[in-house]
Design a protein around this ligand. Sequence first.
Ligand code: ZN
Length: 85
Amino acid sequence: MGNCAAIYTARLDASCAPRQHLRVPTSLQFICNSCKALSSVQTFEQAPGGSYFCRCEKCGTKNQVVHTGQTPSQPGLLPVTGVIQ
Ligand SMILES: [Zn+2]
């Protein structure tokens, strides 16, 4: 049973370590270029020029983003490349 004791000790040590409160995004998000708010991607919309944009949940600005092929349900942060007027 020596191995079990060793595993138990290791778990205790891990639980004693200071926990970091990292905010892990649960969905695809971006930072609005206009109001700097963190906004969740609801859907990708395509501009007439062929670029993709996501609307800010707060101010409605069309933030042009790099469409990486991710779906809105995948966690991550999209880089905003500009604003579509
Ligand atoms: Zn905004």
